[in-house]
Design a protein around this ligand. Structure first.
Ligand code: NAD
Length: 428
């Protein structure tokens, strides 16, 4: 999908402006909340394996920390832009607020493509990123985590650099760490599982049994795969997933009408979530154009790849059987497309609610780090379920009582909480 005319930050601001209008926020509150509080732009020099030096551009943005330290992932992506990071940091503020955890919103990124970098080069980027931002992150100020194309190993390299510079052990500085190194059980599963917990609650309200539903998913990375796992456990069938093919520089969809097999597809998927198209065909998957994930005759769509994937151009291709869209990715629906979905009476579980499981579990990871005492996986997942279920119920109840969409309800609840925190601090 082309990204040329789409600016995610403008989309995020448009969504915020709508909430600000409904909440009748004063001008100072609008000016303050529609922009990040702090932005860091920096460069990371890296000695490449061939001996040459290469400079990578990187960012960290704190959108808002009124309710607690800034919190949000770091992306490695060749198309990363400052406006993408701004948008993602703003969505993090609303996400931590809607699930009511004592954290704010931040996001980071490095313009790079780890497909073309050795492990050593990636380690240098991680350590260089920390060296540039070390004074402005920490368990009480800003807590990074993994996101697209970053993983627990990257987080551990970053933590190690932070701890080496500061001379001590501060595991709560970064979440998404490996198990046994301060990571939490359940963190890897948390975002995808959280998305499906919100799907389960929405289906309950719609009076539909999960075992009678069929799903199509965009992406096959961390969020998508664990969404498939929990949804399958609930008896649902995934008939289509998609992924980015780095060799062909395009995406493909993989369809099996009797239901995809998570294990066999995972075995032929690289560490970036790219499915091997030849092996998939050998296993009996139909190979389709990447954009066709949205046209499938299913009950539920789960975009779980990148932002700006459901647009004015393809929203009308959604099959009339679809009843529910759960936004596993951040910002997958452009604001103009949102209006089309509303007219089609589709129930849309908005991104910052549907994919909040990751940050909820990151918060649990920090709590465990602070206690230096670790919970079992069952305990973590039970707490995750409770938090996601209650957040979904609050948003859904608010939507019904005020006759607004789930997205509007989620925005009204979360922006109101953040605005109140800023006001109590005397900022606005
Ligand atoms: P990932 O890197 O593990 O996987 C991304 C997947 O999307 C891969 O399968 C990749 O091949 C696919 N993809 C990339 N471009 C595509 C395209 N144009 N068409 C089809 N597929 C494409 O990333 P992830 O962690 O699963 O994150 C996915 C989304 O969820 C992102 O928007 C991310 O910000 C959001 N998110 C992730 C987490 C988390 O905990 N991982 C939490 C909240 C939100």
């Amino acid at each position: 999908m082309s990204k040329t005319s789409y600016n995610p930050f403008q989309a995020a601001q448009k969504q915020f402006d709508h909430a600000a209008d409904l909440l009748e926020l004063n001008q100072a509150a609008r000016d303050f909340l529609r922009n990040p509080m702090r932005e860091f732009h920096f460069t990371i020099p890296v000695r490449m394996d061939d001996g040459t030096k290469k400079i990578f551009n990187a960012f960290r943005i704190h959108h808002n920390d009124a309710r607690g330290p800034a919190k949000g992932g770091i992306r490695f992506h060749p198309m990363e832009t400052i406006d993408t990071v701004r948008a993602l940091s703003m969505w993090m503020t609303w996400k931590t607020s809607v699930v009511d955890i004592p954290l704010g919103g931040g996001k980071g990124g490095v313009v790079c493509d780890p497909h073309n970098l050795s492990q050593f080069e990636q380690e240098q980027i991680c350590r260089g990123w920390i060296r540039q931002i070390v004074k402005n992150i920490g368990p009480n100020s800003d807590i990074p985590a993994p996101d697209v194309m970053t993983n627990p190993q990257h987080m551990l390299w970053m933590l190690d650099e932070f701890e080496t510079i500061n001379g001590g052990r501060f595991p709560g500085t970064i979440t998404g760490k490996p198990l046994g190194m301060g990571g939490s059980q359940g963190r890897t599963e948390a975002t995808g599982y959280g998305t499906i917990i919100t799907v389960r609650e929405a289906l309950r309200e719609l009076n539909i049994k999960p075992e009678n539903t069929v799903v199509s998913i965009q992406g096959f990375g961390n969020v998508a795969r664990y969404a498939v796992e929990l949804y399958n456990k609930m008896g649902g069938k995934v008939i289509c997933v998609s992924s980015w093919d780095n060799n062909d520089q395009k995406s493909y969809a993989f369809r099996k009408k009797e239901g995809i097999n998570l294990e066999e597809l995972t075995e032929i998927t690289d560490s970036f979530g790219g499915i091997d198209k030849n092996k998939a065909q050998d296993l009996g998957y139909e190979l389709l154009d990447g954009d066709t994930w949205i046209e499938q005759e299913v009950d539920i769509l789960i975009p779980a790849a990148l932002e700006n994937q459901i647009t004015e151009k393809n929203a009308d291709k959604i099959h009339q059987r679809v009843k529910l869209i759960a936004e596993g990715a951040n910002g997958p629906t452009a604001p103009d497309a949102d209006e089309i979905l509303n007219k089609q009476n589709l129930l849309v579980i908005p991104d910052f609610l549907a994919n909040a499981g990751g940050v909820v579990c990151s918060y649990f990871e920090q709590v465990q780090n602070n206690m230096n005492y670790y919970w079992s996986k069952d305990e973590v997942l039970a707490k995750l379920d409770m938090k996601m279920t209650s957040a979904y119920a609050s948003v859904s109840d608010f939507a019904k009582q005020n006759n607004v969409t789930l997205r509007e309800a989620a925005y009204l609840i979360s922006v109101d909480r953040v605005a109140n925190a800023c006001q109590s601090r005397g900022w606005i």
